[in-house]
Write a protein that binds this ligand. Structure first.
Ligand SMILES: Cc1cc2nc3c(=O)[nH]c(=O)nc-3n(C[C@H](O)[C@H](O)[C@H](O)COP(=O)(O)OP(=O)(O)OC[C@H]3O[C@@H](n4cnc5c(N)ncnc54)[C@H](O)[C@@H]3O)c2cc1C
Length: 379
């Protein structure tokens, strides 16, 4: 195996504390949370106390101002343990940067400390029932009326949707202006007219509260505009590479875990008088899976390094998202096959991971959209 060179000893100490925390506070309860359709809200506060939320946020807003490697560690440990209900990545890697990069001083001081402590859970609502890949087709409107915007519309598939206290809502402030008419508005969950719809039933990620959100004449102060009016689309394009890198990191860590579970399983399981591990097909499959993971690991770590240096470009981020999630789904399938019928039983982590992995090729921009982005940069 190629050693990982991107992390320093202090990162490994942090990783150790994240892993111990998750093993104690999340692993024993995740199956219960899957039944409940969401994680325990208290986990957010416990993680906040430990400094695991939004570690990159600057000290003046209550953060520790470290680089993205710390977020990567939290993402990887959550993925390695198959804790797919935990939406820390969305909160720390995706929402916090929008507020830190485009928010006013007032917004940053108001929201970031609560996000870091876990007192406030966040979400970002781009997708609508009739607009997912085609974000320019967003219909949710925000009309200025004096000092307030009035928001109308609906969103769907929103991660952390039930638990969110604050949502970044992608709206049209000027529907005639296309992408340039898109703006981002901050909506607090107790704002009149804002309601949470059903916690959607999914084939995997059962403990994740992916939800519908509704906006009916929701009035928010003009001061809730994030950044400048009409710049929403540009901000999304700017921030999406980090989201896609997070998905790639998660995919590789989860595939590594699946390989570990499978290696253990095939050594124990016997067929035709010997361990399944001694069958040539098993050995070759494991060799193939290990090699595919190594290739992806090397690529994603290089992308992480580039990102820390501020050099991860949009097409490369699209490549890492597409490549690593395709690899993850392929690995899950091969590993499930090597478990035989037990691989189909939800009691086994591989069965849940197989179902959980499927969405990775869909959200954060589908892998087809990733290929569009990559090819656009080539032609
Ligand atoms: C579990 C889960 C969590 C999610 N979390 C969030 C969240 O927190 N916030 C949020 O805003 N959204 C979230 N999403 C939504 C997700 O980002 C969208 O589902 C995704 O972008 C695809 O949009 P769509 O579902 O409308 O599919 P569509 O856009 O309708 O796509 C249907 C098919 O057409 C293909 N397609 C579309 N356009 C093209 C094209 N130009 N070229 C080639 N093929 C194309 C797609 O790849 C896909 O295969 C989540 C989704 C899920 C399932």
């Amino acid at each position: 195996m190629i050693p990982r060179t991107i992390f320093e000893p202090e990162h490994e100490l942090f990783r150790d504390s994240v892993r111990k925390f998750l093993e104690k506070e999340a692993v024993p309860f995740h199956a219960e949370w899957e039944k409940a359709g969401q994680i325990d809200r208290e986990l957010w506060r416990k993680a906040g106390e430990q400094g695991f939320l939004c570690p990159t946020v600057a000290e003046e807003y209550g953060g520790v101002g470290v680089d993205f490697r710390y977020n990567a560690i939290v993402d990887e440990e959550v993925a390695r343990l198959g804790l797919t209900g935990i939406g820390f990545g969305l909160h720390s890697d995706i929402v916090a940067p929008y507020i830190e990069h485009y928010g006013s001083e007032e917004q940053k001081h108001k929201y970031l400390p609560q996000m870091i402590s876990g007192d406030m859970v966040t979400a970002i609502a781009m997708t609508e029932p009739a607009a997912g890949s085609d974000l320019q087709g967003v219909k949710t409107s925000a009309v200025l009326d004096g000092d307030e915007y009035i928001i109308n519309g609906s969103k769907t598939f929103i991660t952390n949707g039930q638990q969110a206290d604050l949502v970044i809502v992608v709206c049209k402030t000027d529907p005639a202006a296309g992408a340039k008419g898109t703006s981002l508005l901050l909506v607090e969950a107790d704002t009149p007219g804002f309601s949470k719809g059903s916690n959607l039933e999914k084939i995997g990620m059962k403990a994740q509260d992916t939800s519908e959100l509704f906006f009916q004449d929701v009035r928010v102060p003009k001061a809730n505009l994030l950044g400048k009016e009409g710049m929403g689309f540009a901000y999304l394009m700017q921030e999406l590479p980090q989201e896609r890198l997070s998905v790639g990191l998660n995919a590789v860590a989860n595939a590594e875990a699946a390989l570990e579970w499978t290696t253990t399983y095939v050594k124990e399981r016997r067929a035709f008088g010997k361990p399944v591990a001694e069958l040539q097909n098993t050995r070759f499959k494991l060799a193939e899976v290990a090699t595919e993971i190594s290739v992806s690991r090397t690529f994603v770590d290089r992308c992480l390094e580039l990102h820390i240096q501020g050099k991860l470009d949009v097409p490369t981020a699209a490549q890492v998202k597409y490549w690593c999630t395709d690899m993850q789904c392929k690995v899950m399938d091969e590993c499930l096959q090597l478990h035989g019928g037990y691989g189909y039983m939800l009691e086994y982590p591989i069965a849940r991971a197989w179902a959980d992995a499927r969405v990775q090729r869909i959200y954060a921009g589908t892998n087809e959209i990733m290929k569009e982005i990559i090819s656009r940069s080539m032609l």
